[in-house]
Design a protein around this ligand. Structure first.
Ligand code: CO
Length: 132
């Protein structure tokens, strides 16, 4: 793991939350991106070397819609940048973590991403991401 790339936060209304986080962080989001495969729209704020990713469901089947239904708005995942995502998935699986996808997929921000099941990682949904 190289560094914390971003922290993902599930929100109900992207416009309202963009405004809230602009006030909190003192700078506006620098991009918005829809990831069709994940049924989410995201917006990104830069904080030094890391980012905040706001996630809103783009349809009712979205994992974000289900998350908010169960737990409300709030922290959703923590994302670590890795150099070699395939090697890292294999290493973590060897350590007993459960990958949600063994084959990395294309995520937001032009990254290859894979997730670890929170039940294997202390209740935290972990995202691994590699720049491509
Ligand atoms: Co993310």
């Amino acid at each position: 793991m190289i560094r914390i790339d971003h922290i993902g936060i599930a929100v109900r209304n992207l416009e309202e939350s963009n405004e809230l986080f602009r006030k909190l962080l003192g700078s506006a989001h620098y991009k918005t991106e829809t990831v069709e495969s994940e049924h989410v729209t995201t917006s990104f704020f830069q904080i030094g070397e890391s980012k905040i990713e706001l996630l809103v469901a783009s349809d009712p089947e979205s994992p974000i819609a289900k998350f908010i239904e169960k737990r409300g708005e709030g922290m959703h995942h923590i994302a670590f940048e890795v150099q070699d995502i395939h090697a890292e998935i294999a290493r973590l699986e060897g350590e007993g973590f459960i990958p949600l996808n063994r084959e990395p997929k294309r995520g937001a921000d032009n990254k290859l991403v894979a997730f670890l099941h929170p039940k294997s990682s202390g209740g935290v949904l972990v995202e691994l991401c590699q720049s491509v």
